[in-house]
Design a protein around this ligand. Structure first.
Ligand SMILES: [Zn+2]
Length: 70
């Protein structure tokens, strides 16, 4: 995917109460945090890296806030 496309209309990829994620035709991801109103731009590599970090962090939070069922 070395084809470089010009910027244009964003495509919504996902959204929930916390964030909205869209992608520009040029490949740039836009992550808007509703709580702060901040939009972060990142390329695909960074986006994927950030996503795996979020997931890893979520795993730890879930572990520490959910005591084992007994
Ligand atoms: Zn663009």
């Amino acid at each position: 995917m070395s084809e470089k496309r010009p910027c244009g209309k964003h495509v919504d990829l996902a959204s929930n109460g916390a964030v909205k994620i869209s992608q520009c035709p040029c490949g740039t991801f836009y992550v808007t945090l509703h709580a702060s109103g901040v939009t972060v731009r990142m390329n695909e590599e960074t986006f994927k890296g950030a996503t795996s970090a979020f997931l890893a962090a979520t795993d730890k939070v879930t572990e520490s806030t959910c005591p084992s069922i007994n």
